[in-house]
Ligand binder design. Structure first.
Ligand code: GTP
Ligand code: MG
Length: 414
């Protein structure tokens, strides 16, 4: 009910549904934790004739399980991973989505490892390199980050976590984590990449270059992802669409060509969506323009951009809305559904144990009752016997008295 009340508010921001669900499920697990702890105390206190050792250890193990789930839960977030060839604009897209120049971007091969941007409650940004998890490096600007990455010598599958103040970015405060990757055309480590960085991703964004076309390397990568994950959520961004403004006569034709190929790739080749749904997974945008206009404090002067800027901007917003919806839904399903199922299993097992304990103790009560009843019966029998006995004695005495009387009276007559 708590969720329903706030559901209305969150309907315009799908990410809030996840945030709210996470809060709710956290509270539920807090209750479960308290309940399991109470049960643990109870079974410890109960007479050892009633509770078996096995039941005790099982209840103890439930505590560990609940702690484990709560731990995973606290780290659950919505994860979007961006892939594509070098210089297609992956880092620019992430910066545009974040409304901030956080990740280094530029000509040539820029990103050389995995960069995961996530929110922190602290006021200053910092980074943590996977190989050195206890050391924080302070960064104040993109240049700092770029320099830090240059001085660290690491493999391209290495993860660098960029902690950015939640106060500066609503997306990060809504528990979204964005992962930037090196160009898929410059690495031989694609399998390692997938195992390390893709298995828990909720949404994948393929940043493609609309000036060329979907490349075999890009397709192959997603085929591999598709082999490991069942029906991954894939969006295709045809980036650098601002370039089409210089060739207005071909624009529609090129767009159609890209669209057909992208839809075909998603629906027929990968078979992750049907061709109708695929239409909602393909967008034509310019990350560079969106970022530039979002960095300006004044209202956007669309004259400063090539023709069609407004449309491309709207299309980027449309992409954001759709991927946020998909992200929230997918994360709810894959992450929380699992926890809910485990919690259900756990509480029902606990229920069984408590039931068994209750049954055992009431059995013992009945058997005690039976013993008592037996004793009572015996007692009654003995009392009856006593009665009979006394009757007998009475009878005998009477008999004796009678005999004595007879003897006395006969003696008298003699
Ligand atoms: P790597 O990290 O090297 O794999 O590249 P990347 O995919 O992260 O690309 P990045 O964001 O660094 O962008 C490469 C260059 O393309 C930069 O100079 C960007 O400014 C430029 N760029 C990115 N998006 C667009 C766009 O939509 N239109 C135009 N015209 N340029 C863009
Ligand atoms: Mg990059």
């Amino acid at each position: 009910t708590a969720m329903n009340g706030q559901h209305m508010e969150s309907s315009d921001n799908p990410l809030k549904v996840f945030v709210l669900a996470k809060k709710t499920i956290n509270e539920i697990f807090l209750d479960i934790n308290a309940f399991v702890t109470e049960c643990q105390q109870f079974v410890k206190d109960v007479n050892e004739e009633v509770v078996t050792r096995d039941q005790l250890t099982r209840v103890d193990s439930f505590i560990d399980k609940v702690v484990g789930i709560r731990d995973v839960l606290s780290r659950d977030h919505m994860k979007v991973a961006f892939f594509g060839r070098t210089s297609n604009g992956k880092s620019s897209v992430i910066n545009a989505v974040l409304h901030n120049k956080i990740l280094p971007s530029g000509l040539g091969h820029t990103t050389n490892c995995f960069l995961q941007v996530e929110g922190t409650d602290e006021d200053e940004p910092y980074i943590v390199v996977e190989d050195n998890p206890n050391t924080r490096l302070n960064i104040e600007s993109v240049q700092d980050l770029a320099n830090a990455l240059k001085t660290e010598s690491m493999g391209d599958a290495t993860l660098v976590r960029v902690f950015w103040p939640k106060s500066k970015c609503s997306l990060l405060s809504d528990d979204v984590v964005l992962v930037d990757s090196p160009g898929i055309d410059v690495s031989a480590n694609l399998d390692e990449w997938i195992d390390k960085h893709c298995l828990d991703a909720d949404v994948f964004v393929l940043v493609s270059n609309s000036e060329s076309t979907l490349m075999r390397t890009e397709k192959n990568f997603f085929h591999k992802v598709n082999e490991k994950l069942s029906k991954p959520n894939v969006f295709i961004l045809n980036n650098r669409w601002d370039a089409s403004a210089s060739e207005p006569e071909n624009q529609e034709l090129v767009r159609k060509q890209h669209l057909t190929r992208d839809i075909d790739f998603l629906s027929s080749e990968l078979n992750v969506v049907d061709s109708n749904e695929a239409k909602d997974r393909v967008f034509f945008v310019s990350a560079k323009e969106v970022l530039q206009s979002r960095l300006q404090s004044q209202p956007v002067n669309s004259n400063a951009f090539p023709d069609g800027f407004q449309l491309r901007y709207f299309e980027f917003e449309d992409f954001e809305r759709k991927f946020e919806q998909c992200l929230s839904q997918s994360a709810l399903k894959t992450k929380f559904a699992q926890h809910t199922k485990r919690a259900q299993r756990l509480t029902s097992e606990l229920n069984h144990i408590l039931d068994a304990i209750q049954q055992k103790s009431s059995q013992m009560m009945t058997s005690k009752c039976e013993q008592r009843k037996e004793l009572m019966d015996k007692l009654q029998f003995i009392q009856q016997q006593m009665h009979l006995l006394t009757d007998e004695v009475k009878h005998q005495i009477c008999h004796m008295v009678e005999q004595v009387e007879v003897k006395v009276s006969s003696a008298l007559t003699e």
